[in-house]
Design a protein around this ligand. Structure first.
Ligand code: ATP
Length: 301
């Protein structure tokens, strides 16, 4: 197998007491589109910042195209194109100029950069704004066109690893479809793509693998169909709380099994757990009831 374009191992990053990335393992192969999913604050942007050398991990390793991205961030960065979550600073530029400059910085000839900018504009259907200038007050270009231009800037020159952080924000539905198709094309042409998104439903169609983060840790990883299969088998433990309202699932908790989802509705708490955790879940819930800490419990598919 070809060498992975991104190898993250046991990556840990703390902000004071908060563990923003908790021993994360993640690999992107050439030609593979990997979706990185997670709620707000799950640790996605923290992970991306370390991959591109903007912040240093507390422990763990990051290799980009075989290079140690922690020891030599500048070398690693040459192999990565990043579309950041914040809008790209395009003020005073036209999309055409911005995309061409991004290509030239990556070593493309003037002609190649010009041709690539035109092709990307056609692919994303932003040709009519290609020569319109972005104004500093936010005028000139819509948020969606700015976002698509930033995507084109990341996609223009062939680098081994392309990281897209929420590339569809502000983009209309029709152009989102074009953008997803372009993401798939980048993978099919051999790039490794790490796609950070909240948009699971749309991303699922273009990714090969998904990595799901929750509170800094990887809670699920694999192909979308495998993860869906896992979900079909998941169990739901429901606890009925006492009128006093003690919630034994809140920290400090002695819950003995991994919980992939916790939802509280009134005096009921629903925990989603793996099928092989059924026995320990029932033993724990029965003990809670025995101690009078919950009124009752049930376990269901
Ligand atoms: N510089 C920082 N200092 C302190 N805490 C931080 C810092 N950067 C991030 N955090 C915290 O680390 C956790 C992970 O944040 P991060 O931005 O990586 O999440 P995210 O998954 O990218 O979220 P979102 O989807 O909202 O962008 C959050 O609790 C956040 O408040």
């Amino acid at each position: 197998m070809e060498r992975a374009v991104l190898e993250v191992e046991a990556l840990t990053k703390r902000f004071g007491a908060l563990v923003a990335n908790d021993a994360i393992d993640l690999t992107v192969q050439p030609g593979q589109v990997v979706g990185l999913l997670g709620h707000n604050g799950a640790g996605k942007t923290t992970l991306v910042s370390q991959v591109v050398g903007l912040s240093k991990p507390d422990s763990g390793s990051v290799r980009v195209a075989g290079m140690d991205a922690i020891a030599d961030p500048a070398a690693a960065r040459r192999c990565v194109a990043l579309q950041a979550q914040s809008q790209a600073p395009l003020d005073g530029l036209t999309p055409r100029a911005a995309i061409e400059i991004a290509g030239r910085i990556r070593g493309m000839s003037r002609n190649d950069a010009r041709r690539a900018a035109r092709e990307l504009a056609d692919e994303l259907d932003i040709g009519e704004w290609l020569d319109r200038r972005a104004m500093p007050d936010g005028g000139g270009l819509s948020g969606g066109v700015r976002r698509l231009t930033a995507f084109a800037m990341a996609a223009v020159a062939g680098v081994p690893l392309i990281i897209l952080d929420e590339p569809t924000n502000d983009v209309d539905a029709a152009r989102r479809r074009l953008l997803w198709a372009a993401v798939r094309r980048l993978g099919d042409e051999g790039a490794g793509v790490l796609l950070v998104t909240h948009n699971v439903v749309e991303a699922e169609r273009v990714v090969d693998d998904l990595v799901v983060l929750d509170r800094g840790a990887v809670v699920a990883a694999g192909s979308p169909s495998r993860l869906r299969g896992d979900r079909d088998n998941e169990l739901r433990l429901e606890l009925s709380l006492t009128p006093e309202g003690e919630d034994p699932t809140l920290p400090p908790t002695d819950v003995p099994m991994p919980v992939t989802r916790r939802v509280r509705v009134g005096r009921r708490v629903l925990l989603t757990i793996a099928p092989d955790a059924a026995e320990s879940a029932v033993r724990w819930a029965a003990a809670l009831r025995g101690q009078g800490r919950v009124e009752g419990y049930s376990l269901a598919r």
